[in-house]
Design a protein around this ligand. Structure first.
Ligand SMILES: C[S@@+](CC[C@H](N)C(=O)[O-])C[C@H]1O[C@@H](n2cnc3c(N)ncnc32)[C@H](O)[C@@H]1O
Length: 187
């Protein structure tokens, strides 16, 4: 298992089960950070706070990106936006059509919830925007239909979640093209 002590967000932030919070492992966050640094410049993090807060502090991508979440514990961050997936159109006008990537990990895996996240993602993304999404492998067809995405070789480690998730992207990934050594069945 990855060394949590290397990630400040994981050290400081406990999971709130009432909000279905399941953080990626430190190594999975690092792989996502590498993927984002090589593929995007302005990212909307929808329900993926661990990744936003793990971007290098002085990087241009960190300075340009925003985190969208229901949990207001991060409200003092100048790029935090309170977001309820049930109200996908309730987003600040100045952030619409403004991002070249969205990273999404909803608290639920149903079609209804994914349709709402898709609506928010399409409002926030510029044309041809990139998507990184995580959910169960069984949602492959659903994500292909909604977001035009395909499963990646790299599967996330989410230490306290009982299901094995996949990552899905709508573009050819770099860091996420490799298998994740944390996932035993991928050996
Ligand atoms: C499964 S966790 C995903 C976290 C991600 N794996 C990470 O490491 O950052 C679900 C996320 O959805 C957020 N969330 C819960 N209810 C929400 C709501 N109604 N609208 C938007 N986000 C919500 C939680 O706060 C949490 O960040």
């Amino acid at each position: 298992m990855a060394d949590t002590s290397k990630n400040r967000f994981l050290i400081k932030t406990s999971e709130n089960e009432l909000l279905n919070q399941y953080w990626y492992s430190a190594a999975t966050i690092e792989a996502l950070v590498q993927e984002i640094l090589s593929s995007a410049s302005r990212v909307a993090f929808l329900s993926t706070p661990s990744v936003y807060f793990s971007l290098p502090k002085d990087s241009e991508v960190k300075k340009s990106s925003w985190v969208f979440d229901f949990d207001e514990q991060w409200r003092t961050d100048p790029h935090f936006c309170k977001y309820d997936f049930n109200k996908p159109e309730d987003l600040p006008g100045n952030l619409l059509n403004d991002f070249d990537m969205v990273v999404i990990d909803p608290p639920f895996i149903t079609r209804e919830v994914w349709e709402k996240y898709t609506k928010a993602a399409k409002l926030l993304l510029k044309n041809e925007g990139k998507v990184i999404a995580s959910t169960v492998a069984e949602n492959d067809g659903l994500l292909s239909e909604l977001l035009g995405s395909k499963p990646c070789n790299f599967k996330p480690s989410i230490p306290h979640l009982i299901y094995q998730y996949n990552f899905f992207t709508n573009y050819k990934p770099t860091a996420l093209a490799e298998k994740n050594p944390e996932i035993p069945e991928d050996d």
